[in-house]
Design a binder for this molecule. Structure first.
Ligand SMILES: Cc1ncc(COP(=O)(O)O)c(C=O)c1O
Length: 366
């Protein structure tokens, strides 16, 4: 039973029936654009690393991910002792929530902040404070104004999911400077590779400067290893023993560690894929704008778009059309204020082109 002070109702649990995936009525292959994944399979060097690790699957992976932390430290010029790896960045966000907030504490997020943040607040029984977002973008003064002596954590995904928007590095600095020392600022950089390498480096230096700032990153998005579940955080050294104490011993398996090391070794391949996705995003965004869509400017590998400003049911109809006529699965967040939008990740150019064709058919039929 949920305790009294837990905020319920942020997500409507799906019934088992709703979770069963629907068959595509025409028998077409289903192209899932709803999880913000990369459309490319792992490169040959990553596949070789996975294969070699699985041939030693009788042994445990390294519990503290020693080689992986060294590789991350080397790639980003960070102290490996201040890095903790996890089973996706989701595990680390969960641990941070559980370690540093509890019943009655406050967690502050932006209005359309990543859905995991309300879920985490709910898990630990903390009070969730959502701050108003003009233009679907975090407003730093609104976040700062919401912080009280009871605020334990501010979670901010920058860029954010589902909006795709972000605030500038200067704004992040202003947020870090404005927070009291009893409040931890968690900067979730899951989509940062789609912004730029210098953005990542600047946020890392910001995190190094402040004793209450922790960043999380992932191999699930730009590195294309979502199914293997590898994420990491870079935290102030006082936090590290607490995070290890809360984390399971072997949550990052040996194959996942090997794959992430190989992926870091081939960062040029990652950057090339990122630039293709970013170019595709611009192409798809302009095509949708010319069809009259509202397109939220995105710094990620996905777009949040609305086919109609006034009628939210058009988004439902479009999502159904894309699935039934072309096999595309898109996301509908259904969060209050976002009901008229659909969100989809950019895919291979040929898939993006057929997505646009299917959208056009829908718009012309309406
Ligand atoms: C903003 C954001 N943070 C974190 C995650 C979790 O990623 P993972 O647990 O795969 O590292 C996601 C996944 O969609 C995300 O959108």
């Amino acid at each position: 039973m949920m305790s009294e002070n837990r905020p319920h109702g942020y997500i409507q649990p799906l019934t088992v029936r709703q979770r069963v995936s629907r068959p595509q009525p025409k028998g077409l292959p289903v192209i899932n654009l709803s999880f913000n994944e990369l459309p490319y399979p792992p490169s040959q060097s990553v596949l070789t690393a996975i294969q070699s690790a699985t041939s030693h699957a009788n042994s445990y992976g390294n519990p503290t991910c020693e080689l992986l932390r060294a590789a991350i430290g080397n790639a980003y010029q960070l102290d490996p002792d201040c890095i903790v790896c996890g089973n996706g960045s989701e595990e680390l966000l969960d641990i941070i929530g559980r370690c540093f907030a509890g019943g009655g504490d406050e967690i502050v997020i932006s209005e359309y902040g990543y859905i995991l943040f309300p879920i985490l607040a709910n898990r630990v029984g903390a009070k969730l404070i959502k701050t108003n977002e003009p233009h679907y973008t975090t407003h730093i003064d609104n976040v700062l104004d919401a912080v009280t002596e009871n605020t334990r954590i501010v979670f901010l995904a920058n860029p954010n999911n589902p909006t795709g928007t972000m605030v500038s590095e200067a704004e992040l600095r202003r947020l870090a400077q404005g927070l009291p020392s009893h409040t931890i600022l968690v900067l979730d950089l899951a989509y940062s590779e789609f912004v730029s390498t210098s953005y990542i480096a600047n946020v890392h230096s910001l995190a190094s400067e402040f004793n209450n700032v922790v960043i999380t990153q992932t191999f699930s998005k730009a590195f294309g290893l979502a199914g293997l579940r590898v994420g990491w955080c870079y935290a102030p050294d006082w936090m590290i023993p607490t995070l290890y104490a809360a984390r399971g011993m072997g949550t990052v398996n040996a194959a996942a560690q090997a794959a992430a090391i190989a992926a870091l070794d081939d960062r040029d391949a990652m950057l090339a894929r990122v630039s293709t996705i970013v170019a595709e995003k611009q192409r798809v965004a302009s095509a949708l704008l010319s069809m009259g869509f509202e397109v939220i400017p995105s710094e990620t590998n996905f777009l949040l778009v609305a086919p109609s400003a006034d009628h939210r049911e058009v988004a439902d109809e479009l999502a159904a059309h894309l699935f039934e006529h072309a096999g595309f699965l898109v996301n509908q967040t259904r969060e209050a204020g976002l009901e008229r939008f659909i969100r989809f990740s950019l895919s291979l150019p040929e898939h993006n082109t057929s997505l646009l064709e299917s959208v056009r058919t829908f718009m012309e039929s309406g």
